[in-house]
Structure formats: C-alpha cells, structure tokens
Ligand binder design. Sequence first.
Ligand SMILES: [Zn+2]
Length: 410
Amino acid sequence: MEGIEIPTDVVARRIEALGRVGLLPEGGLYRGVYTPEWAEARAVVADWGRSAGLEVREDAVGNLWLRLPGSEPGPAIVTGSHIDTVRNGGKYDGALGIIAGLTAVEALRARFGRPKRTIEVLATCEEDGARFRSRLWGSRAILGIIGPDEPDAIVDAAGVSIGEAMRQMGYDPARIPEARRADIGAFIELHIEQGPVLQASDHQVGIVTVVTGLTMAVAEVTGRADHAGTTPMDARRDALVGAARMILAVRRAALAAGRPAVATVGRVEVWPGGSNVVPERVRFTVDIRHTAGAELRRLQDRVERACRRVAWNCGLDLDFKVVSSTPPTPLDPALRRLLVDLAGQLGLKFLEMPSGAGHDAAWLGRKFPAALIFVPSQEGRSHSPREYTPVDKIIPGITLLAAALHRLAY
Ligand SMILES: [Zn+2]
C-alpha cells in the first residue's frame, strides 16, 4: 500500500457538490427516495463515475453501481452507502460513503491499475426512511427480500405509494426482484459515526464490531377523562401522569442496564388533549437498543414490567405492544480482523466499537461478509445541517478503506 494518496481537495469538492443537491431554504438537505432532488444527486454521482471511466448502471429500484471490472472472475468487492437523506439532514450521512468509495477506487486504479477482482461503488437508493417507511429499500432489494405487497402498501405522507413513486421515476415495481444479487464477495461501508465517541476519545477511525439490535414498542395508557376543575386530585385516573411516571421508569431501566443499553420515548400523544380536561388516554413509543440479543430482550422485559407496575399503582390500564424487533448484527469477523491489521500497519489510532444506528452494512451483512468503518462526527451531530467532519479527519478512514479494497481485490 506504499504510495497511495487520497486527494483531500477532490473529497472536499465532492462533499460540497453533493451537499448542494436538495438544499432546503432552512439550510438542511432533503433527498427523499424517488424525488427530483434524489434523481439529481444520482445524476451527479453517475457523472463522476463516467468521468472516472467506470461502468455505470442502475438496477430495478434505482441503486447505482459504478463498476471497475477485474481481470479474473468471482464475486465483486463492493463499497458505498446511501444517496437519500432525512428531512433537514446534513452533507455527510450516506453521501460520504459513496464519495469515499469512489475516491478510493480511483486512487487504487491510478496506482495499481486493473484489479483482479471486480470492484463496485454502490449508492443505495434508500436507507433513511424519510419519505416512506420503507426500511432500507435499496439493500433489501439487493437481498431480494422486498415483499410483493410492499410497493402498493407503503405510502408517503401525501398518500403516494412507493410503487407509484417508482413508476413516476420510470421504474417498474414488478421488476424489483431483478435487483437481487448473489455475487458480492464483501461489502465495506464508510460512514460518519453520528455520535460523539471517536471525537471525544481522539480516535481517527472506528471499526464497527456489531450494529445494535432495536425493539420498537408502543404503550397505550388509559385512565378516565374528568373535569379539571371539579375532580379532586385524589380521585383522578390521569393517564398522562401515569405515562410520565412510566417514561421515567423506562429511563431508569436503561440506566440500570448500563452502557450500551439505551431506551428512548420520542413521541407522546394525549387524548382528549384539552387544557381543562384530565387526560384519558396517552400513547407513547419506546425505542430500546442493545448490542447483545439476550440483553436487549432482558431490557425490553424490564421496561414492560416497570410500565405495568406504574399502571397497577395508578389504577390505569396499559396495552404494551412490541411492533418490531431487529436483532443485533455482528459484522464479519474476518473483515474486522483485516481492518484492524491494516489500521495498525497504517499507524492509525482506531477504536473497535458498536454502532448504535442501523446501516446498509448491517442489512447486506445478513447475506454477504460486511464491514463498517466510522470516521468522527464533530460533536456527534447528525441528521442535522450541523453535521460536520473536517476533511482531514475523513482521509484516514478513506485510506483504510482503500487499503482493505486493495487487499481484497488486487
Ligand atoms: Zn446513514
């Protein structure tokens, strides 16, 4: 890996160029899947690929593949990330992984010529679920696990189905199965950390061990609506007071479990919602995460039991439902070892760490060997226009990515 240079100016220019596509007046980005801004961003990346002399193609759902053919047959070595953004998002989430992959591949080819194994840079069409609750539409299409009913069943806030949105962009939902691939030898994603750990501990790169498991539950608390002026305090069944105590209990359960356990109540709805009415019904979400499956289930049980205790003590009814549960996904051990070895050889200060957020690598890792490299996020900010990583803090991660691609493909 002597002599490989990742050009800082090219990386900086590309971040700025993609960071202008989908810019909102408030200053953040929005590139929901199958919107004109999304298509524009893909066109920018496709242009870069063609200028670099790579073979550019899109698949049946709009994943973009930039291909450097190898001299020998065999499954491709793939790198990349997602092109879509959340609403009011930043320039680095997703986009950086595509830019890193492309820049690394160009540098490798300039230095070493044609690889033995084919290398592909992948821009997945959708990961962040900002427009549709589509849950990693791009990666799931590659895995071939999108259900036949999903194109019609999944709708955006305006009532447009994802199938209809595809048709408006020239894709045929009936052809989704054609996006499936079986010939991927490895997938390596570079992503911003989206948390404060690397910056705070002064590490240059993170090598991810496991992507956290996530249980999403919905609790519905029912009491009795009464007049806020005439009902004595000791005669109330106030659903919101109960829910407040439950929310504190959720926090206590996660704190007691210790790091990396986290539990968050992010959404609360109150009925009837009058300022002079004792609340009758409250619904709130609970997002519970842990990197170990058994611990995740234990924490989920603790949270539910704690909420039931509060309901019993307050004379309230509680309906607690788990709506989805994704187990933790360990990244490929051999690829992790390779990254650790290479980071050591390159003299990088690296940290092996879990990921608290889901990523394309976690899903593609269900079928293919996958790895995930983090670069620091300034102040841990993400999903915000304040998302930022200085380019000199990005280069070590891309250098590590290039070294890994070199080892796997040359
Ligand atoms: Zn992302």
